[in-house]
Ligand binder design. Structure first.
Ligand code: ATP
Ligand code: MG
Ligand code: MG
Ligand code: MG
Length: 484
């Protein structure tokens, strides 16, 4: 079935050429003008029906969201709104739709919250059309960026026995019969037999396996689904999200930060060059939404301006210690505006991250060298404990903080020294036997190496200007939403 996509049609010169388009009716007026959309762009093609040619029965079936096939001639439009009209020779209704029952028709201006309830249909709106075309473009750009640099795309496992983060946020994968699970002597369920005799979970990060790849190929990246049993309802956490995790041999923390900054800028530039229509639409949407906010809550820059600024300016780089000092000196802290405590040695909350980015530096910030005590076991120690200040050592970690979101990247230089790694694992009660395969990278030709994880949905949030992470993934998994 040959059809012309509306996106491709609208850039042609209308010289009377015959084309066939297929899509869904967005609106129909005066029994004559039909706006048809096929998802390739937010722009509709205006189909003009010849008055009197169609019978009443067919006219009645042209309702919003009915699917149609139109063959006709593309001519210069006499109307003001568009360059081109498609004058129909034949019209076929492929699928009827009852406008009184169509969920997108039932609300006049459907809110994002309402659209989340009908996530199975929300792709048909202009907002979600734009968001998911941008998401697609970014996914493609990720592969292009790393492929052009010679990285190997490594598929790390989804079912795994390792808990990379040690944060205990895992979903268990089990084959136990629910009605009659194997029991221990004391009658409790024997979870050791979860997965054909092993305890397994859904991956929280592909990093540890990624390190195996990096210490063989030199440079790898992963890009896959990641699962965390986040029982929190925030605008930036999902139970199922996608993560990009490059891992590079011979890199230190600074190389790592440079790679991450280059990568983020590349992704923004790619979307700006390839999806400008969609970004312009989203920018407009955001500007209208912000008009409803009080003056002091509005952003200083529009979406396009923000993306251009981030793309063309260096990210700020500070240490964790400097960041804490800035927060302690801030008017927000002095006026007790923060809900959470600020103190050297505890993790920053999103309110603190956003303060640094939005109020203090007014640009993305790379924070380095966090206290070892609040980071995972595999990060390289800076061996800089300061007993006089009562401070333990920091590690070569980095988080990248973005406006409107807070953390979008978490990464580090890894502890490549075998003895130091063993020591750290034992301090954190991580049994070496369980990670024997990981430790082998340190036993046989260990090298300095570093990597990071970029949360894909947080990047999509950033580029699209959307504010809730549920609106940038097709089928959000959060507590209470996993219907389809
Ligand atoms: P946060 O502090 O926001 O909970 P994290 O420090 O737990 O994030 P990391 O373990 O560093 O996250 O994971 C790397 C990246 O993955 C994060 O920087 C973020 O972009 C993304 N990420 C982490 N958890 C989630 C989640 N639940 N939903 C969506 N993205 C996430
Ligand atoms: Mg977390
Ligand atoms: Mg964090
Ligand atoms: Mg992190």
């Amino acid at each position: 079935n040959k059809r012309t996509k509306i996106k491709d049609l609208l850039v042609q010169e209308p010289t009377g050429q015959e084309v066939t388009v297929m899509g869904w009716v967005r609106s129909f007026r005066n029994n004559q003008f039909m706006a048809v959309n096929d998802g390739s762009t937010n722009n509709n093609v205006q189909v003009v029906l010849e008055l009197g040619k169609l019978d009443d029965e067919t006219l009645k079936r042209i309702t919003s969201s009915a699917s149609v096939k139109v063959t006709g001639k593309a001519i210069a439009s006499l109307g003001k709104g568009q360059k081109m009209d498609l004058v129909a020779d034949t019209l076929e209704i492929l699928g009827d739709s009852d406008p009184m029952k169509y969920p997108l028709q039932l609300k006049n201006k459907p809110t994002l919250e309402y659209l989340r309830e009908i996530a199975h249909l929300r792709f048909r709106t202009n907002t979600f059309g734009a968001v998911f075309r941008v998401r697609h473009a970014l996914a493609f750009a990720i592969h292009k960026f790393f492929n052009d640099k010679g990285f190997v795309y490594l598929h790390t496992p989804i079912i795994t026995a390792s808990d990379a983060e040690g944060a205990g946020e895992m979903f268990r994968v089990s084959t136990l019969p629910l009605d009659n699970p194997p029991k221990n002597d004391d009658g409790s369920i024997n979870f050791r037999e979860d997965f054909f005799g092993k305890t397994t979970n859904l991956t929280v990060s592909g990093q540890l396996e990624g390190e195996l790849g990096a210490t063989a190929f030199g440079e790898i990246y992963t890009f896959g689904p990641t699962f965390r049993a986040e029982n929190s309802n925030t605008a930036r956490h999902l139970a199922e999200f996608w993560m990009i995790e490059p891992e590079v041999a011979f890199n230190d923390l600074e190389d790592n930060a440079n790679l991450a900054e280059e990568f983020i800028k590349y992704l923004i530039r790619y979307a700006m060059e390839n999806n400008r229509d969609d970004l312009d639409f989203l920018a407009q949407r955001l500007a209208e939404e912000e008009k409803q906010l009080p003056q002091d809550k509005r952003s200083e820059m529009g979406l396009i301006e923000k993306l251009e600024f981030v793309m063309n300016n260096d990210f700020e780089r500070v240490t964790y210690t400097e960041a804490i000092d800035i927060l302690l000196q801030s008017p927000a802290y002095k006026k007790k505006k923060f809900a959470y405590e600020v103190k050297w040695g505890i993790d920053m909350q999103s309110e603190h991250e956003r303060y640094l980015v939005e109020k203090h530096f007014k640009k993305p910030v790379i924070v380095t060298n966090y206290p070892a005590a609040i980071k995972a076991f595999y990060m390289r120690s800076n061996d800089d404990a300061n007993p006089e200040l009562g401070r333990g050592p920091t590690v070569a970690a980095m988080d990248i903080l973005a406006p409107g979101i807070g953390e979008i990247v978490g990464g580090s230089q890894r502890e490549e020294r075998y003895d130091r790694l063993l020591e750290r694992m034992s301090e954190m009660h991580i049994p070496a036997e369980e990670l024997w395969w990981y430790l082998d990278t340190r036993r046989f030709g260990t090298v300095p190496h570093a990597g990071f994880g970029l949360g894909f949905e947080r990047m999509v949030l950033f580029v699209t200007g959307m504010t809730n992470i549920r609106d940038v993934i097709a089928f959000p998994r959060t507590p209470g939403s996993a219907e389809f």
